[in-house]
Design a protein. Structure first.
Length: 277
């Protein structure tokens, strides 16, 4: 019989994963907290549990993201369910959430918000939990993603966020539905970007790549947003490290005012903001 301690050290010797990752995977298989592994390191497990752990370790060692292996990722302190139909929420996207909250820091006001390409629902739900009086809609083209987003709203008890299927603005009538705030983390990676060969290869391509040059979805969103924003409404978009000039220029051409780019915690130009005139 294998003890917790022996199976963990075996995994670390045999594979290229960190002890934190090994502990997270084992805690997941045994359905316990990580602290349990430390407290009960002599405890043994069944053959089935051992095999389940080893299979996760080998998947991790070839690069499958930890979040997909355990089906969970935390964003803005919200535990979110993730699967390979949704992008794994990134810490840099929390920067977008923070910018929106800072600009609209009156928690009692009621505003309408649209989250374009919501995926797991991360941005919409983070805004929803922080601003319970806002009415938020998250749209995505992918039904599988919307199912995950709905589950995340339910699991976190967030009731002011609604999800709808739409290819960008398709399900809204131009000039009829007006939001106070539109946010989005659209696909913005160039199809030949070398970092697509890394762990990111497990994530949905349609959530990452914008054909043919990484810029088309950003361009479409910026150009069309005005028709769905209330006067003086704000657009917040996440983009790649070298796309800020393009995004600012596109927003200015689309007649946005107060256009400004903000850096993420890694000091990378990450989110550009503009206001409809
Ligand atoms: N920030 C993600 C990455 O670089 C990309 C997200 C996106 O394309 N929207 O891995």
């Amino acid at each position: 019989m294998f003890s917790i301690q022996s199976i963990l050290s075996l995994a670390l010797k045999s594979g290229n994963l960190t002890s934190l990752e090994a502990e997270v995977l084992l805690a997941h298989v045994l359905i316990v907290a990580r602290s349990y592994l430390r407290a009960w390191h002599e405890k043994t497990m069944t053959e089935q549990q051992k095999q389940a752990f080893e299979s996760l370790v080998s998947r991790r060692c070839v690069g499958e993201p930890l979040a997909y292996l355990i089906g969970r990722k935390e964003f803005w302190s919200l535990p979110l369910v993730v699967s390979n139909s949704v992008l794994i929420p990134r810490p840099e996207t929390e920067c977008l959430v923070e910018l929106v909250l800072n600009k609209f820091n009156n928690a009692s006001g009621s505003l309408s918000v649209l989250d374009l390409g919501t995926g797991s629902g991360a941005i919409a739900l983070a805004l929803g939990v922080e601003r319970p009086r806002w009415k938020i809609i998250g749209i995505d083209r992918s039904i599988a993603a919307l199912e995950i987003a709905e589950l995340n709203a339910k699991n976190n008890g967030i009731s002011n966020v609604e999800f709808m299927q739409s290819d960008w603005f398709m399900c809204f009538e131009s000039g009829k539905t007006r939001f106070d705030i539109i946010v989005g983390n659209p696909p913005y990676i160039h199809p030949t970007d070398s970092h697509l060969e890394g762990e990111i290869r497990y994530e949905p391509k349609e959530a990452l790549i914008s054909l043919p040059d990484g810029l088309q979805d950003l361009k479409k969103i910026i150009r069309e947003t005005s028709d769905y924003l209330a006067p003086q409404g704000w657009l917040f978009v996440e983009h790649g490290f070298d796309q800020d000039v393009f995004v600012r220029k596109t927003m200015e051409l689309a007649d946005f005012s107060d256009v400004q780019t903000y850096k993420d915690l890694a000091d990378i130009n990450r989110v550009t903001v503009g206001r409809k005139r």
